[in-house]
Design a binder for this molecule. Sequence first.
Ligand SMILES: Cc1ncc(COP(=O)(O)O)c(C=O)c1O
Length: 400
Amino acid sequence: MSQSNWQELEKKLFLQTIKRVPVTLVRGKGSRVWDDQGREYLDFVGGWAVNNLGHCPPVVVKALQKQAAILIQTSSQFFTVPQIELAQLLVKHSCLDRVFFCNSGAEANEGAMKLARRYGKLRLNGAYEVITAHNSFHGRTLAMTAATGQSKFQEPYTPLPVGFINVEYNNIEAIKRATNEKTCAVALEPIQGEGGVNIPDDDYLRKVQSWCREKGILLILDEVQTGFGRTGTLFAYEQYGVEPDIMALAKGLGSGVPIGAFLAKEECSVFSLGEHGSTYGGNPLVCAAAHAALKYQIDHNIPAQAKRVGSYFLSKLGAVKQQFDLITDVRGRGLLIAVQLSQESADELLLACASRGLLVGRLKPNAVRFMPPLIITEKEVDKAVGTLKEALGEIGNPKP
Ligand SMILES: Cc1ncc(COP(=O)(O)O)c(C=O)c1O
């Protein structure tokens, strides 16, 4: 079947929730993917910050093949070894003590916020409100839509579940003003991904943490996008000198297999038996893959590589900005990078890049985002920047 036929079928068969790039991908290896016409692309979308080790990393493929032949799914009614091994690794390499496995980022945040509410009920006189930020993104479930401080995700679904207070990001006073006797937690992304790759002041999270401690409320960090080396350290909180009480994870955790998790400090691990659960969460297949991926990342210091190549990429993009009026800002940390445009040309730029063999992410109508595999090389960055310049040359005038 030809590429256009697949795409016509998709239009007929699917609830239309996303504007897809007209490329049908069939194969991937490392930082490259191929479409059903045999065309090759450099992938700087990385499955939306998931494919940290690239496509089909041998270490993950091997773990999946091995585990698939032994035990795939058991339910959480039983103990399984891959799940416990993965939890051990996560606890060893984070500041947290206990783990719950689920299947996605939205679910990880749901669980994290349920845990905070449980803590509020047991320890804070029934406090249940969670303060979150404008321009945040915590997932697509109904409750996480209320947590996500962006009206475009909220308005289609009102009335929303109560108990989520959205305040300005990077503004400690806004959090202080919103805190009252009903507050059980503050939940933030260390760097906002979907909301625009917004990097807060260096001391923002430290101030939030001290406020939470002063008030006895919990600090939840959503590291679904920033976790697993994306910003140059295994977790972004390490760069800000804070420790969350609860942390939500997904995306890079499985390097391609669907898995999420939330981790908690011992003091706030207050669930009792039966108070939370998941059929697939932490099944042996995904945990074996995630364990192999995480171990590889740690053993090979992939976060340091992301930091080095990310700085290189940012400096190259800074130079491109000097050459094109269309670019008004370049911002990012590690390999989470946004390019802001002076007009709503993101779709045009996406297509101009794709037609030249480079896949980039749409962030906003006037911004694109790069979240390549963390294993990309400086040479691949050079190639991507060269392609980006050609695409910009097609749609935007170079500076005189
Ligand atoms: C910070 C953050 N939290 C939560 C989510 C939701 O994750 P998922 O799509 O796996 O539910 C995302 C997805 O982009 C995210 O970036």
